[in-house]
Design a binder for this molecule. Structure first.
Ligand code: HPA
Ligand code: ZN
Length: 326
């Protein structure tokens, strides 16, 4: 088969997807109308035109503004359901979805509303779409340690609804150490641990995510190449990097796709995966990320197989499910 068809059709897992980043402008407008929320953009087209980013923070400002239309349990359900339908189209068999409770609880939306809506969509996906979906709760790193602890506390009654915790939002100036105690507590609770590191932040943040937070996977991690000893360690340990190529281009981490280091990371023997990060904002869902990356970097069917296998191996599903999918 031709490579694009193979990329589309092959079963895969997605491990780095912020559910709030799947909110398409059309759905933002529909939810704004449903909830009587005023938007500062007159039309879907005007909102989409604002999606021109220069760095991570310029994106985060718009991304948090977009999330302001989410108020009711059904809003969270409908957002996640729309993504899960795309996931099925892209032949995603399993997805681990990030959600940012503080973005909502800080606006007065109860934690319970967020998690119930998202969980309901995940449960439906399993039975109605054949897509397995789990939730990973992220702490916003620009907020305080105290706020993260409050969020963890609020989540405990819903412990069975999520499989782990992550760390996202503005990386620069918010090192992993800031959340050392929160992650230690999560570790005691038996939660899986991941963290964004080495997207805009230095390679040292990746080292600290491993040593201080005990992160099991690194989200992004592309700046690991600045520390050869770290690259060697990541390869030896088999630590997965959840790389997001279209995101990296849109947020100017790399100038253009030909300049992306994903091929180099694979050659170094790193356990690389491809993911969409915030597909509604970055120009494509998972298969679009595969297509554009393979085209620009001239990757072959062997690389496709490696990336698909890595996505299941690096996931937090049972060994039995891994054996079934790989
Ligand atoms: N980095 C940090 N925080 C985020 C991202 C990202 O790529 N996407 C959504 N929140
Ligand atoms: Zn991310």
């Amino acid at each position: 088969a031709r490579l694009p068809e193979l990329l589309q059709a092959m079963p895969k897992a997605e491990l780095h997807m912020h559910i709030e980043g799947s909110l398409e402008p059309e759905l933002i407008f529909a939810l704004a109308q449903r909830n009587g929320v005023a938007l500062s953009y007159p039309s879907v087209e005007d909102l989409r035109k604002a999606y021109a980013f220069t760095d991570l923070q310029s994106f985060l400002d718009i991304y948090y503004a977009g999330a302001s239309v989410l108020l009711k349990e059904d809003d969270f359900h409908d957002m996640a359901w729309a993504y899960l339908l795309k996931a099925q189209e892209d032949n995603i068999r399993h997805t681990e979805l990030f959600f940012d409770p503080q973005t909502h609880t800080d606006r007065g939306v109860p934690f319970e509303v967020v998690i119930k809506g998202l969980s309901r969509a995940c449960a439906r996906a399993k039975t109605e779409l054949g897509v397995s979906a789990s939730l990973i709760m992220c702490f916003l790193r620009h907020l305080s340690e105290e706020s993260a602890f409050e969020t963890l506390q609020a989540s405990l009654p819903y412990r069975e609804h999520f499989i782990g915790v992550g760390l996202d939002s503005g990386e620069r100036g918010n090192p992993p150490e800031k959340f050392a105690r929160v992650f230690a507590k999560c570790r005691e609770l038996g939660l899986h641990l991941v963290a964004h590191a080495g997207e805009e932040g230095p390679a040292a943040y990746i080292v600290d995510a491993l040593d201080v937070l005990h992160a099991e996977r690194i989200d992004h991690g592309v700046r690991c190449v600045e520390d050869p000893a770290l690259v060697e360690r990541l390869a030896k340990q088999g630590t997965a990097l959840t790389v997001c190529p279209l995101s990296n281009i849109k947020l100017c981490v790399f100038d253009k796709m030909d300049a992306h280091n994903l091929g180099h990371l694979l050659e170094q023997g790193l356990k690389v995966t491809i993911n969409s990060d915030d597909p509604a904002y970055f120009g494509g869902y998972l298969n679009q990320n595969f297509l554009e990356t393979f085209e620009a970097l001239d990757l072959d069917a062997q690389a496709a197989y490696t990336l698909a296998r890595n996505s299941f191996e690096a996931s937090f599903v049972s060994e039995a499910d891994k054996a079934r999918w790989i």
